[in-house]
Design a binder for this molecule. Structure first.
Ligand SMILES: Cc1ncc(COP(=O)(O)O)c(C=O)c1O
Length: 385
């Protein structure tokens, strides 16, 4: 195999990196990250098992989330599993989760021999509905695994009050929402354990990586013992930790910029009948945008979600279908609480706009809105403006 030309175009897999304004590169060029890399090369920490970067990142995350203990690991998917292990979930236990969620969360529950129990979503916001939890609870229920998805937020005060009443543990997955605030409190700190991802598309990225954080020493200890296995078996490397610290410092400013872009998009696209915005809570909430979700109304559009996505993608818009949800999984693998009508609607109709465009200037956001408006007005069922 020949070495790659030094000036060859950077590749993401086999695909040339997108250059279009609607799909800027992710991660963006970042002088602070470049400086951290240079420093790690100069001091040799890039190639060591142990060094200052992991402990520094853990301390910075503990401060950011106002929590006690942080355990860094190899992915968000594994972090969910680690959180379940930290809570001593055992074979035969039941863990409640939304009927529409990241697929790995279902698998992580299964990985412990536990049974996922599917709960419905709040209408029109694609996130678990705390009011539906009681219908799901059974004698073997031990925990709730809850994610904040697609720019929506779960009503954590309600959820945690219910969980406390029934002595159930809560894992709060903020892989899509680092820095979000729910009713005045950082998302991730409402439950017993918070979960983060540092995957390649995430708002804090090291290509791969994850973390859990908690105020409970015993959860942290159990997670630590599981990870060690004579070595650190599921690590975040020193080099990964070194490049995450400067991104954490920039996160609030970038989240504000993304939020401003979403507000602009919302104003520009408010009246498009086939793209329905998620409802957000009136309580003091600050969502964070990793994938900006909409409900696509195929009846209003007069065409399928897939036809709309194909048209938008052809115009260079980085938009995709949401998750498939878990409704097709059989009764041997999970239990369902009720009809799960909203979860079915979310699986069939959610579309998600990828976040990198949200850091672009207002004129690009306006252009994006105009392009989406045009695509929607060209769909068969749309009333032309
Ligand atoms: C809600 C949610 N949880 C967990 C994960 C898993 O993170 P990772 O890709 O780091 O395994 C993701 C990834 O997209 C996610 O969206």
């Amino acid at each position: 195999m020949t070495a790659k030309e030094p000036n060859a175009e950077p590749y993401e897999g086999a695909r040339p990196r997108a250059q279009a304004a609607f799909a800027p590169d992710w991660p963006p060029a970042d002088e602070l990250v470049a400086a951290a890399l240079r420093q790690a090369i100069a001091d040799g920490s890039w190639g060591r098992y142990h060094g200052p970067h992991g402990p520094r990142l853990a301390a910075a995350l503990a401060e950011f989330f106002q929590t006690e203990f942080v355990s860094l690991c190899c992915s968000g998917t594994f972090a969910v599993q680690l959180a379940l292990r930290g809570l001593r979930i055992e074979p035969g236990d039941e863990v409640l989760l939304a009927g529409y969620d990241f697929p790995g969360n279902f698998r992580s529950i299964e990985a412990l021999g536990a049974m996922p129990v599917l709960v419905d979503l709040a209408p029109r916001n694609c996130n678990l509905a705390p009011l539906q939890l009681e219908t799901a609870r059974g004698p073997r229920t031990r925990a709730v695994l809850v994610s904040h998805l697609h720019g929506g937020l779960v009503r954590m005060r309600e959820l945690c009050a219910w969980a406390r009443e029934h002595r159930l543990a809560v894992i709060e997955d903020i892989c899509q929402a680092p820095g979000a605030v729910v009713e005045g409190r950082p998302a991730g700190t409402w439950g017993d354990v918070g979960v983060l991802s540092f995957g390649g598309s995430k708002l804090l990225t090291a290509g791969r990586g994850g973390a859990i954080f908690t105020r409970h020493a015993e959860i942290y200890q159990r997670a630590k013992i599981f990870c060690e296995q004579g070595n650190h078996a599921f690590p975040l490397s020193e080099l990964q930790a070194a490049i995450l610290a400067p991104q954490l410092a920039r996160l609030p400013e970038r989240n504000r910029r993304r939020t401003a872009s979403v507000a602009l998009l919302r104003r520009e696209l408010a009246d498009i009948p086939c793209l329905k915005w998620f409802e957000t809570d009136a309580a003091p909430c600050e969502p964070v945008y990793y994938k900006l979700g909409f409900q696509f109304d195929a009846t209003a559009a007069g065409c399928s979600r897939e036809a709309f996505l194909a048209a938008a993608q052809a115009a260079g818009i980085p938009i995709d279908a949401g998750f498939r949800g878990f409704l097709h999984r059989g009764p041997r693998r999970c239990r369902r609480a009720g009809e799960l009508t909203e979860a079915a609607r979310a699986a069939a109709g959610t579309v998600v706009l990828h976040h990198p465009v949200l850091l672009q200037p207002d004129d690009v956001i306006q252009q994006l809105a105009q392009t989406l408006r045009q695509i929607c007005s060209d769909l068969p069922g749309q009333v032309r403006p």
